[in-house]
Design a protein around this ligand. Structure first.
Ligand code: AMP
Length: 466
């Protein structure tokens, strides 16, 4: 794309992009439902794309189009390793996808190296289309490459592993704005500080904008809205909270694309060619400038989303419901969850949800709940979360088991004391339902009395979405 004018020579090599399709599901009304990228990869636009020297991928279509994410990932990684000197950029749609690929390599490098040293494909790949295509790519043993991989991957320290394995990589092509910003330090660690290009801002409903300075720092990314993609309007964002602005869409307060003001925040409202009328996307954007008359925006955050590891988005109401459902499992013994908060733990890959609980027993003391019941509570919470979360857990393995950390009595009061000491008003203090500020995390973690994980996978079926 336009990256070529910023990074010369991209036509002299390939892109290692980890791209995946998701299995399709049906809405309760019986309509097929699938994410927009799955539709795109399965379309002739993608499958029969004309040869473009600037956009040659190491991953064969057969690997991208295999809905078994483990076989797909294995084949894509193997091709990336075989063509390691040709790779000029590494990417995935979101940062979380690229980190998942690194974690896959951590767990599977021995098997991958064995395939390379013998010139034969592992029996774990049974998809006929992938097998057939790989027989033309993995044609002979390459002992030297296999030994190199074993040498690099068996080291404890994986800092800079990306540039060690793919030495010609010029940049990473991943979205690291919005919820994905949490992954920047880990990506910097594995890539030895390679630039990260955030090129696009889009959704299943419509394409929104592009970053005209793709090689800028993640903190400086602004997306220029492409006015021909949909009809764009902007609802001035009420800083007092999402709830107040949510009530109804007041048409008189909608601002036209060309009239937004630099420095102000807005909620994006679109009317699309496919028929959505004044649809509130749920994103809050801040105007940073204009390119000709098209406004440029910094992505601030998604409204109402508390927790997100990759494509999952869990809001406050869903989290509340999940806590309620789980706490029914011990309600009979007179124990209650008196406070809770949550945290998206992404230092480990795959990331997982951590929920902190403060419990109160019948005798107003710390309640004792058996390990078995607590494990069931973790699973019950997962069962209560939305279908995208459960799909990521079950079909994609991109989210790890949910964890509940029980904290000592009084911990949430200490949390409030801390907030007040930093200037919060006692009257208006609300327990944050999601935390990420280091001193608060340290406080919570220093008060943990027990930690529990979901023992199995929640239910998820591709047939029905909830
Ligand atoms: P989906 O409808 O699942 O495709 O998700 C679309 C949403 O992903 C958008 O409304 C944003 O909240 C988020 N998103 C997409 N692109 C970006 C980006 N470049 N930076 C931050 N968030 C993004």
């Amino acid at each position: 794309m336009f990256n070529n004018s910023y990074v010369p020579g991209l036509d002299k090599g390939k892109g290692l992009y980890f791209l995946f399709v998701k299995s399709e599901s049906k809405t309760s009304g019986g309509l097929p439902a699938r994410p927009v990228l799955t539709s795109y990869y399965k379309s002739d636009h993608f499958k029969r794309r004309p040869y473009d020297p600037y956009n040659v991928y190491t991953s064969p279509n057969e690997a991208i189009l295999c809905s078994d994410s483990s076989q797909s990932m294995y084949a894509q990684m193997l091709c990336g390793l075989l063509m390691r000197h040709e790779v000029l950029r590494l990417g995935a749609v979101f940062a979380s996808g690229l980190l998942r690929a690194i974690s896959f390599l951590q767990n599977n490098w021995k098997e991958l190296a064995r395939d390379i040293s013998t010139g034969t494909l592992s029996s774990r790949i049974f998809d006929p289309a992938i097998k057939n295509r790989m027989s033309k790519i993995l044609t002979k043993p390459d002992q030297e490459l296999a030994e190199f991989l074993v040498g690099v991957c068996s080291q404890e320290n994986w800092e800079g592993i990306i540039t060690k394995i793919w030495p010609n990589t010029k940049y990473l092509d991943v979205i690291v704005t919005g919820a994905m910003a949490q992954y920047i330090p880990t990506l910097e660690y594995y890539s030895g500080g390679l630039p990260m290009a955030c090129t696009m801002y889009a959704s299943s409903e419509s394409y929104f904008g592009i970053n005209l300075k793709p090689m800028c720092k993640p903190s400086e990314v602004s997306y220029t809205i492409m006015p021909n993609m949909a009809y764009f309007e902007f609802l001035p964002h009420n800083h007092d909270g999402d709830g107040a602005a949510e009530a109804s869409l007041d048409e008189t307060s909608l601002v036209e694309l060309a009239n937004v003001e630099v420095g102000k925040e807005y909620e994006l409202v679109i009317t699309t060619y496919a028929g959505l009328c004044r649809y509130r996307v749920g994103d809050i954007l801040r105007v940073t400038g204009f390119h000709n008359s098209a406004p440029q925006f910094k992505f601030i955050r998604r409204k109402n989303v508390l927790l997100s590891i990759e494509s999952d988005k869990t809001d406050e109401a869903e989290l509340q419901k999940a806590v309620e459902n789980a706490s029914r499992l011990f309600a009979e013994q007179g124990t209650r969850v008196i406070e809770y908060t949550s945290y998206a733990e992404t230092k480990t890959i795959p990331g997982h949800y951590v929920i902190y609980w403060e419990l109160l027993g019948r005798d107003q003391s710390n309640a004792l709940i058996s390990e078995e019941v607590m494990a069931k509570c973790c699973l019950e919470m997962e069962e209560s979360l939305n279908s995208v979360y459960r799909q990521s857990r079950v079909a994609d393995n991109s989210i790890g088991p949910l964890e509940i950390r029980v904290v000592q009595n009084g911990t949430f009061e200490e949390l409030m004391d801390y907030a007040i000491s930093r200037g919060a008003s006692i009257n208006q203090y609300k327990v944050p339902r999601c935390v990420s500020f280091t001193p608060i995390m340290e406080l919570l973690d220093s008060r943990v009395v027990s930690a529990h994980f979901s023992p199995s996978l929640p239910h998820w079926s591709p047939e029905r979405r909830r």
